[in-house]
Design a protein. Sequence first.
Length: 90
Amino acid sequence: VEAEVAFPCRHEFAQTPIDVLAQRTRLSFLDVTAARAALPRVMEIMALEKGWDAEQARDESERCETYLDSMLMPGAGRAVKHPGAEVLAA
């Protein structure tokens, strides 16, 4: 994870954890749960790379949490029955 975060901060102008998790690694699109699990470490690395104080790191983390919440599918975490699913199962 370290290189996946540090490199875009140093060389690709990544400014936020959303930049890293959505634009650079695409993890937020592939697995929101994994992106959420990676966020604390991403924040540690980015805070060091960007020189953020505790307040800015907390603000960035909260913004990213809100973004990740928006990536969840309706009904995530429970079975969702899609119209026509019974036709496909037959």
